[in-house]
Design a protein around this ligand. Structure first.
Ligand code: ATP
Ligand code: PRP
Length: 219
Protein backbone atom coordinates (compact mmCIF):
# COMPACT_ATOMS: atom_id res chain seq x y z
CA UNK A 1 0.00 0.00 0.00
CA UNK A 2 1.21 3.52 -0.86
CA UNK A 3 -0.29 6.26 1.33
CA UNK A 4 0.01 9.81 0.04
CA UNK A 5 -0.69 12.87 2.23
CA UNK A 6 -2.13 15.96 0.57
CA UNK A 7 -4.00 19.10 1.63
CA UNK A 8 -7.33 19.98 0.11
CA UNK A 9 -7.90 23.22 -1.77
CA UNK A 10 -5.18 24.75 -3.91
CA UNK A 11 -2.58 21.95 -3.69
CA UNK A 12 -5.14 19.20 -4.25
CA UNK A 13 -6.64 21.00 -7.26
CA UNK A 14 -3.24 21.60 -8.85
CA UNK A 15 -1.87 18.13 -8.01
CA UNK A 16 -4.88 16.29 -9.43
CA UNK A 17 -3.76 16.49 -13.10
CA UNK A 18 -0.27 15.29 -12.11
CA UNK A 19 -1.65 12.38 -10.11
CA UNK A 20 -3.98 11.59 -13.00
CA UNK A 21 -1.05 11.55 -15.43
CA UNK A 22 0.68 9.21 -13.01
CA UNK A 23 -2.38 6.92 -13.23
CA UNK A 24 -3.84 7.82 -9.81
CA UNK A 25 -7.49 8.94 -9.66
CA UNK A 26 -9.15 9.46 -6.23
CA UNK A 27 -12.61 7.92 -5.80
CA UNK A 28 -13.93 10.98 -3.87
CA UNK A 29 -13.48 14.75 -4.08
CA UNK A 30 -12.24 16.19 -0.74
CA UNK A 31 -13.84 19.55 -1.58
CA UNK A 32 -17.31 17.98 -1.52
CA UNK A 33 -16.83 14.85 0.62
CA UNK A 34 -16.08 14.81 4.37
CA UNK A 35 -13.92 11.72 3.93
CA UNK A 36 -10.30 12.19 5.03
CA UNK A 37 -9.01 8.87 3.73
CA UNK A 38 -9.64 8.52 0.02
CA UNK A 39 -9.38 5.31 -1.94
CA UNK A 40 -8.24 5.61 -5.53
CA UNK A 41 -8.66 3.66 -8.76
CA UNK A 42 -5.47 1.78 -7.75
CA UNK A 43 -6.07 -0.78 -5.02
CA UNK A 44 -2.60 -0.12 -3.55
CA UNK A 45 -2.78 3.71 -3.40
CA UNK A 46 -4.79 5.87 -0.98
CA UNK A 47 -4.76 9.57 -0.11
CA UNK A 48 -4.86 11.21 3.33
CA UNK A 49 -6.49 14.65 3.30
CA UNK A 50 -4.76 16.91 5.85
CA UNK A 51 -4.17 20.54 6.80
CA UNK A 52 -1.25 21.79 4.69
CA UNK A 53 1.05 22.20 7.71
CA UNK A 54 0.44 18.64 8.91
CA UNK A 55 1.59 16.93 5.70
CA UNK A 56 5.33 16.75 6.60
CA UNK A 57 4.51 15.48 10.11
CA UNK A 58 2.45 12.55 8.79
CA UNK A 59 5.20 11.70 6.28
CA UNK A 60 8.05 12.06 8.77
CA UNK A 61 6.37 9.67 11.20
CA UNK A 62 5.57 7.16 8.47
CA UNK A 63 1.78 7.58 8.77
CA UNK A 64 2.04 8.45 5.07
CA UNK A 65 4.72 7.15 2.70
CA UNK A 66 4.76 10.35 0.67
CA UNK A 67 3.13 13.75 0.63
CA UNK A 68 2.73 16.97 -1.30
CA UNK A 69 3.54 20.18 0.58
CA UNK A 70 4.50 23.77 -0.14
CA UNK A 71 8.15 24.73 0.28
CA UNK A 72 6.96 27.36 2.80
CA UNK A 73 5.58 24.58 4.99
CA UNK A 74 8.69 22.41 4.53
CA UNK A 75 11.01 25.26 5.51
CA UNK A 76 9.04 25.69 8.75
CA UNK A 77 9.01 21.93 9.40
CA UNK A 78 12.75 21.63 9.04
CA UNK A 79 12.94 18.62 6.74
CA UNK A 80 14.13 15.98 9.25
CA UNK A 81 13.28 12.42 8.25
CA UNK A 82 12.11 13.41 4.78
CA UNK A 83 13.42 13.13 1.25
CA UNK A 84 12.35 15.87 -1.13
CA UNK A 85 12.87 14.21 -4.52
CA UNK A 86 10.71 16.36 -6.77
CA UNK A 87 9.63 19.96 -7.33
CA UNK A 88 6.10 19.58 -8.69
CA UNK A 89 5.99 23.19 -9.90
CA UNK A 90 2.44 23.68 -8.60
CA UNK A 91 0.97 26.26 -6.15
CA UNK A 92 3.73 28.63 -7.18
CA UNK A 93 4.07 31.92 -5.35
CA UNK A 94 6.73 33.97 -3.55
CA UNK A 95 7.47 34.60 0.10
CA UNK A 96 8.00 38.33 0.60
CA UNK A 97 8.35 41.07 3.18
CA UNK A 98 5.62 43.69 2.86
CA UNK A 99 4.94 46.98 4.63
CA UNK A 100 2.33 49.76 4.49
CA UNK A 101 2.58 51.98 1.46
CA UNK A 102 4.50 55.07 2.60
CA UNK A 103 6.21 53.16 5.44
CA UNK A 104 8.62 51.19 3.25
CA UNK A 105 11.76 51.97 5.25
CA UNK A 106 11.68 49.75 8.28
CA UNK A 107 12.95 50.68 11.76
CA UNK A 108 16.30 49.31 12.93
CA UNK A 109 14.52 46.58 14.96
CA UNK A 110 11.34 45.88 13.00
CA UNK A 111 8.34 44.04 14.43
CA UNK A 112 7.46 41.38 11.85
CA UNK A 113 4.13 39.52 11.84
CA UNK A 114 4.15 36.13 10.16
CA UNK A 115 3.22 32.49 10.31
CA UNK A 116 6.60 31.67 8.73
CA UNK A 117 8.73 32.09 11.84
CA UNK A 118 11.70 29.96 10.73
CA UNK A 119 12.02 31.57 7.29
CA UNK A 120 11.54 35.05 8.75
CA UNK A 121 14.17 34.54 11.42
CA UNK A 122 16.63 33.25 8.80
CA UNK A 123 15.90 36.10 6.35
CA UNK A 124 16.48 38.90 8.87
CA UNK A 125 19.47 37.15 10.46
CA UNK A 126 21.13 36.95 7.02
CA UNK A 127 20.67 40.70 6.76
CA UNK A 128 22.01 41.17 10.32
CA UNK A 129 18.73 42.80 11.30
CA UNK A 130 17.40 42.07 14.77
CA UNK A 131 13.71 41.54 14.13
CA UNK A 132 11.00 40.96 16.72
CA UNK A 133 8.83 38.19 15.31
CA UNK A 134 5.13 38.16 16.12
CA UNK A 135 3.63 34.78 15.25
CA UNK A 136 0.16 34.79 13.69
CA UNK A 137 -1.92 32.03 12.14
CA UNK A 138 -3.41 34.05 9.25
CA UNK A 139 -4.63 37.46 8.04
CA UNK A 140 -1.08 38.77 8.46
CA UNK A 141 -1.93 41.69 6.18
CA UNK A 142 -3.92 43.28 9.02
CA UNK A 143 -0.97 43.54 11.39
CA UNK A 144 0.74 46.64 9.88
CA UNK A 145 -2.63 48.32 9.35
CA UNK A 146 -3.50 48.26 13.04
CA UNK A 147 -0.01 48.92 14.44
CA UNK A 148 0.71 45.36 15.56
CA UNK A 149 3.79 45.13 13.30
CA UNK A 150 5.98 47.21 11.00
CA UNK A 151 5.88 44.60 8.27
CA UNK A 152 4.79 41.07 7.46
CA UNK A 153 6.33 38.03 5.84
CA UNK A 154 3.68 36.29 3.73
CA UNK A 155 3.05 34.59 0.40
CA UNK A 156 2.24 36.61 -2.71
CA UNK A 157 0.95 35.40 -6.03
CA UNK A 158 -1.03 38.00 -8.00
CA UNK A 159 -0.29 40.75 -5.47
CA UNK A 160 -4.05 41.34 -5.14
CA UNK A 161 -4.17 40.76 -1.37
CA UNK A 162 -1.28 43.16 -0.68
CA UNK A 163 -2.78 45.83 -2.96
CA UNK A 164 -6.23 45.46 -1.37
CA UNK A 165 -4.67 46.17 2.01
CA UNK A 166 -2.45 49.04 0.86
CA UNK A 167 0.76 47.05 1.40
CA UNK A 168 3.82 46.94 -0.84
CA UNK A 169 6.71 44.50 -1.15
CA UNK A 170 9.89 45.64 0.55
CA UNK A 171 11.88 42.40 0.42
CA UNK A 172 12.05 39.08 -1.37
CA UNK A 173 12.47 36.00 0.87
CA UNK A 174 12.27 33.07 -1.60
CA UNK A 175 10.25 31.48 -4.42
CA UNK A 176 7.73 28.83 -3.34
CA UNK A 177 6.28 25.79 -5.08
CA UNK A 178 4.97 22.44 -3.89
CA UNK A 179 7.28 19.48 -3.46
CA UNK A 180 6.89 15.74 -3.26
CA UNK A 181 8.24 14.53 0.08
CA UNK A 182 8.93 10.91 0.91
CA UNK A 183 9.42 9.04 4.18
CA UNK A 184 13.00 7.73 4.39
CA UNK A 185 12.00 4.27 5.62
CA UNK A 186 9.30 3.92 2.92
CA UNK A 187 11.89 4.85 0.32
CA UNK A 188 13.93 1.82 1.42
CA UNK A 189 11.16 -0.65 2.30
CA UNK A 190 8.91 0.08 -0.70
CA UNK A 191 11.68 1.00 -3.10
CA UNK A 192 10.26 -0.40 -6.35
CA UNK A 193 6.74 1.00 -5.83
CA UNK A 194 8.07 4.34 -4.63
CA UNK A 195 10.50 4.66 -7.53
CA UNK A 196 7.72 3.92 -10.05
CA UNK A 197 5.53 6.56 -8.35
CA UNK A 198 8.26 9.22 -8.30
CA UNK A 199 9.24 8.48 -11.93
CA UNK A 200 5.66 8.73 -13.16
CA UNK A 201 5.13 12.03 -11.32
CA UNK A 202 8.44 13.35 -12.68
CA UNK A 203 7.28 12.47 -16.22
CA UNK A 204 3.95 14.22 -15.59
CA UNK A 205 5.78 17.35 -14.33
CA UNK A 206 8.07 17.50 -17.35
CA UNK A 207 5.12 16.97 -19.75
CA UNK A 208 3.25 19.84 -18.09
CA UNK A 209 6.28 22.15 -18.32
CA UNK A 210 6.88 21.14 -21.97
CA UNK A 211 3.22 21.96 -22.75
CA UNK A 212 3.60 25.29 -20.91
CA UNK A 213 6.72 26.14 -22.92
CA UNK A 214 4.90 25.17 -26.13
CA UNK A 215 1.96 27.43 -25.26
CA UNK A 216 4.36 30.30 -24.42
CA UNK A 217 6.09 29.89 -27.83
CA UNK A 218 2.73 29.80 -29.65
CA UNK A 219 1.43 33.00 -28.02
P1 ATP B 1 -4.63 26.04 5.89
O1 ATP B 1 -5.81 26.25 4.97
O2 ATP B 1 -4.50 24.65 6.41
O3 ATP B 1 -4.49 27.11 6.94
P2 ATP B 1 -3.02 27.24 3.91
O4 ATP B 1 -3.93 28.44 3.96
O5 ATP B 1 -1.55 27.52 3.89
O6 ATP B 1 -3.31 26.20 5.05
P3 ATP B 1 -3.57 26.79 1.17
O7 ATP B 1 -4.07 28.21 1.07
O8 ATP B 1 -4.34 25.70 0.50
O9 ATP B 1 -3.40 26.34 2.65
O10 ATP B 1 -2.10 26.82 0.63
C1 ATP B 1 -1.38 25.64 0.46
C2 ATP B 1 -0.04 25.97 -0.12
O11 ATP B 1 -0.22 26.63 -1.38
C3 ATP B 1 0.82 26.90 0.72
O12 ATP B 1 1.54 26.18 1.69
C4 ATP B 1 1.72 27.52 -0.34
O13 ATP B 1 2.79 26.66 -0.63
C5 ATP B 1 0.79 27.61 -1.55
N1 ATP B 1 0.11 28.93 -1.66
C6 ATP B 1 -0.44 29.65 -0.67
N2 ATP B 1 -1.00 30.79 -1.14
C7 ATP B 1 -0.79 30.77 -2.45
C8 ATP B 1 -1.15 31.65 -3.51
N3 ATP B 1 -1.81 32.79 -3.28
N4 ATP B 1 -0.83 31.31 -4.76
C9 ATP B 1 -0.18 30.15 -5.00
N5 ATP B 1 0.20 29.28 -4.05
C10 ATP B 1 -0.11 29.58 -2.79
C1 PRP C 1 -2.51 33.39 0.43
C2 PRP C 1 -1.52 34.30 1.14
C3 PRP C 1 -1.98 35.68 0.74
C4 PRP C 1 -2.62 35.43 -0.62
C5 PRP C 1 -1.73 35.99 -1.68
O1 PRP C 1 -3.71 33.36 1.15
O2 PRP C 1 -1.53 34.09 2.55
O3 PRP C 1 -2.91 36.22 1.66
O4 PRP C 1 -2.73 34.02 -0.81
O5 PRP C 1 -2.24 35.74 -2.96
P1 PRP C 1 -2.39 36.96 -4.01
O6 PRP C 1 -1.06 37.64 -4.09
O7 PRP C 1 -2.76 36.29 -5.30
O8 PRP C 1 -3.48 37.86 -3.50
P2 PRP C 1 -4.82 32.27 0.83
O9 PRP C 1 -5.56 32.64 -0.41
O10 PRP C 1 -4.20 30.91 0.82
O11 PRP C 1 -5.73 32.44 2.07
P3 PRP C 1 -5.41 31.94 3.55
O12 PRP C 1 -4.02 32.38 3.91
O13 PRP C 1 -6.44 32.64 4.35
O14 PRP C 1 -5.54 30.43 3.51
Amino acid sequence: MLTIAISKGRIYREALPLLDAAGIRPNDDPDTSRKLLLDTNLADVRLLVLRARDVPTFVEHGAADAGIAGKDVLLEHGGGGLYEPLDLGIARCRMVVAARRGCESLPRRPRVATKYVVSTRRYFAQKSVQAEIIELYGSMELAPLVGLADCIVDLVDTGGTLAANDLVEVGDVCPISSRLVVNRASMKMKHERMKAFIDSLADAVSNVSAQGAGRARAS
